[in-house]
Design a protein around this ligand. Sequence first.
Ligand SMILES: *Cc1c(COP(=O)(O)O)cnc(C)c1O
Length: 471
Amino acid sequence: MGTKELFQNAAAHASRFRDMASSRAHRPTRDYAGSVAVFDGPLPARSTDMGAVLDDLVARAEPGLSMMTGARFFGWVIGGSHPMGVAADFLTSAWGQNTGNHVATPSAAAAETIAARWLLELLGLPRESSVGFVTGATVANFTCLAAARGEVLRRAGWGVDAKGLFGAPEITVLIGDDAHTTIFSALQFLGLGHDRVVRVSTDDQGRILPLAFSAAMSRVSGPSIAILQAGQINTGGCDDFRTLVPIAKARGAWVHVDGAFGLWAQASPRLRHLTDGVEMADSWATDGHKWLQTPYDCGYAIVRDEVAHRRAMTIAASYLPLAGEGERDPSHYVPELSRRARGFATWAMIRHLGREGIEAMIERACDVAAFMAEGLARQNGIAVVNAVTLNQIIVRFGEGLPAERADDLTRRTIALIQSDGLIFAGGAMWRGRQVMRLSVSNYQTDRAQANMALEAIVSAYRAVSGAADKA
Ligand SMILES: *Cc1c(COP(=O)(O)O)cnc(C)c1O
């Protein structure tokens, strides 16, 4: 089979898969062990026709896929891989641009330059900031914290990029008790240690307590980094930036914000009060593949001080052309050299939705979350545990029953919901108790989908608690 027919077949498979979202279970219908068995086989000795391989790949893969792109997928904060971004990403793969520098691929570098400017405007962040197009918020956090580490040590007279951390002045890292687990990974990669941090206590929404923060900050002497959060992964809670950032700045700390999804509140004038003051920080990590709906492999590392950003990341070699004044070499802002041209999907998504479309999408998700939370809270025995201000809902079943019994009912309700497959929701532990998490972050999720989801959740709970009553 030739290239043209192969690509057409791939596109046909892709759109057929997307059309299944309304009818197919949102969970995989084949588990991991089954999938391994289906993919297994001896190392192929000979070539197989491309068309045959493609059809074979699809047949083997589809049952083991989740409908993560579906309108009723509420597990984790997850993007919908919007068709516009997918189409741009098809081309990104087909064009095969190694996006290291601007001379070899002017378009890939230019798309990043413009998408970066649009992102800063959408998110209301300082226009002088630089943006690295990375794989996701985990690496965005890593990249921003590398810039932070370098800059606070440089101010203390230590060049960490050349000399490393041995013998360096100690850095105090302050972080909220309910920070995302990937921040601790970033600290681990950077030699700052995930346990060697000052953890600051938080309120019932996982937001840093200003008094505790102020007390911890007042004990800091020497280089320091304060890590705040926009969008706690369970509650959606955002730290009080207006209060916390000046406290940290007064002690000379670098302030970093993990805003993987919560930073997108900035795209809505109605929701922006939730992240009030966030633009005063020094760096921000956020995702394209969550609320902006680009396909996976897309996050943004945003740093106010471009020099600090580049000092931490620039890759230079005699065989690589250097960017001049006003030019952008994509590899100067991210850890890797060879990578895909992530700017195209971001540029296409922003161009397609526009500022108003993005604003409407963010607000719709929050409205649907509030609507679902109200619907659930009205039911006997179902409690919404968090204040639903953004797109996150945490739910407990068996409210009023002894805690262990409610834990058990919550677990069994989640299991039944998942096996029914009309929607997908997952569980988590929150304040020591089992909860169900609902994240509303798909561009297709509207009230009609929310009503179907509510019905599925309530009837699963009734079935589980009815069975428990009889037992
Ligand atoms: C998802 C998330 C991350 C990690 O982002 P990835 O895109 O999965 O790398 C970090 N912090 C928060 C708050 C998140 O929601």
